[in-house]
Design a protein around this ligand. Structure first.
Ligand SMILES: Cc1ncc(COP(=O)(O)O)c(C=O)c1O
Length: 436
């Protein structure tokens, strides 16, 4: 492995080896992480990395882009096929990651100062959904919605806020919400107040692709080609590296039959898809990363296989099993459990902060991230909870039986002071389910 790297840069080769060992010997419960296939790794490390391709297929600013065009068009075709989308949808595959993808949507559809409704960071929303420290909160007027004290979205409350504030854009989607999101209700609210509905499905894209979470594209998900189903989102963004199990990257799906006034030509109208393409390039980025685009295409093809459907369903089965065993061990879960790939543990009854729990679990070999719980009184730097999920362990082949063991290991780690026995059990579980 890494023969050239070892020769030319032994220092970095050593660090890569150390990271490989760390990933193999620990249990990764961070719900936004996963383990890509060797095929994805090869595509990321391919010669496509050498090419500049500013522009879009067949409209590039540099010569020699025949292959890059084919790669990008194949990626677009697969993205639409995976989510069963017809000609009314376009997809941009060039945004370098989830945050730039969301930024492109803001810049395409809004003017600075326009009103946007997104889920508060403290309730599980992402930074790009309007946090004051992010471009979204700095450039736009944000009206946040929260979850209830029990941790559920309250659609009546969201409708009330939307009626009062008249946002131009409503963002549905989250980074730490353990329940199904009702996109039909969001679409209904957005239509009523005349707002664009943007769904950020970064966390759940793999679940949507495998039929384990309702689709944000249309009311029944599939059969869009007959044009008879209720359209839900105007735009759907996603990262490609979470439950979708691809390389770092993003996809922006948008309706090309939804028109807005052009920002470049006074009085002219453009589709939101055209506006989003222009916002990505030349608005925010230069050349796309063609090696990344190729690797996204590989992951999309993997996600179309029947085994991925089984994988998506197993992620949810594992999360439900883990939640059930944690509850039996007296852990308090926000909203009482999970419908998707993640859950939030409220540690307030355990005399531990999120950071203390995260650090202790890491010492034992369990990798989680600290997280605020709804209406947290502590700071995001040392909040009252941790966020855990099952995508990575499910990729390693673990099932419900192992989730009982993982719950017990989490419990032991947080309850005990001597971790040597627990560390050994974690090592044994990791060896039994190696990263292939
Ligand atoms: C819902 C959501 N949107 C967007 C992003 C941003 O993705 P990235 O970290 O690739 O910029 C994340 C990342 O965690 C996310 O959870």
């Amino acid at each position: 492995m890494n023969i050239y790297l070892k020769k030319s840069d032994p220092h970095i080769a050593k660090l890569v080896a150390a990271e490989t060992k760390r990933q193999s010997e620990t249990l990764d419960l961070i719900p936004s992480e996963n383990i890509v296939s060797d095929a994805v790794l090869e595509a990321v490390g391919s010669v496509l990395i050498n090419k500049y391709s500013e522009g879009y297929p067949r409209k590039r600013y540099y010569a020699g882009n025949g292959v890059a065009d084919d790669v990008e068009m194949l990626c677009q075709e697969r993205a639409k096929k995976l989510f069963e989308l017809g000609d009314e949808w376009s997809v941009n595959v060039q945004a370098l990651s989830g945050s730039p993808a969301n930024m492109a949507v803001y810049f395409a559809l809004l003017k600075p100062g326009d009103t946007v409704m997104g889920m508060a960071l403290s309730s599980g929303g992402h930074l790009t959904h309007g946090s004051p420290v992010n471009f979204s909160g700095k450039l736009f007027r944000i009206v946040s919605y929260d979850v209830t004290a029990k941790g559920f979205l309250d659609y009546d409350q969201i409708r009330k806020i939307a009626r009062k504030e008249k946002p131009k854009m409503i963002i549905a989607g989250a980074t730490a919400y353990p329940r199904i999101i009702d996109f039909e209700k969001f679409a209904d609210i957005a239509r009523e107040v005349g707002a664009f509905l943007i769904v950020d499905m970064a966390h759940i894209a793999g679940l949507v692709a495998s039929g384990s979470h309702p689709s944000p594209f249309s009311a029944k998900g599939a059969r869009l080609r007959n044009g008879q189903e209720q359209v839900l989102a105007d735009v759907v963004t996603t990262t490609t590296h979470k439950t979708l199990r691809g390389p770092r990257g993003a996809l922006i799906f948008s309706r090309n039959d939804r028109m807005i006034m052009s920002k470049n030509k006074a009085g002219a109208k453009v589709s939101i898809s055209r506006a989003i393409d222009s916002a990505v390039f030349p608005g925010l980025q230069g050349g796309p990363h063609d090696n990344q685009t190729a690797a996204i295409a590989v992951c999309l093809s993997e996600a179309m296989k029947p085994t991925f459907k089984t994988y998506g369903k197993q992620i949810v089965k594992n999360a439900k099993a883990l939640a059930q065993h944690l509850r039996k061990l007296r852990f308090k879960l926000v909203s009482g459990g999970t419908d998707n790939h993640l859950m939030l543990i409220d540690l307030t009854n355990m005399g531990l902060t999120g950071k203390q729990a995260q650090d202790k679990l890491e010492q034992a070999g369990i990798i989680v991230n600290r997280n605020t719980i709804p209406h947290d009184t502590r700071s995001p730097f040392d909040p009252s909870g941790i966020r855990i999920g099952t995508p990575s362990l499910t990729t390693r082949g673990m099932k419900e039986k192992e989730m009982k063991i993982v719950a017990q290991l989490i419990y032991e780690t947080l309850a005990k002071s001597n971790l040597s026995g627990t560390r050994k059990s974690i090592g044994a579980l990791c060896r039994k389910f190696p990263i292939v």
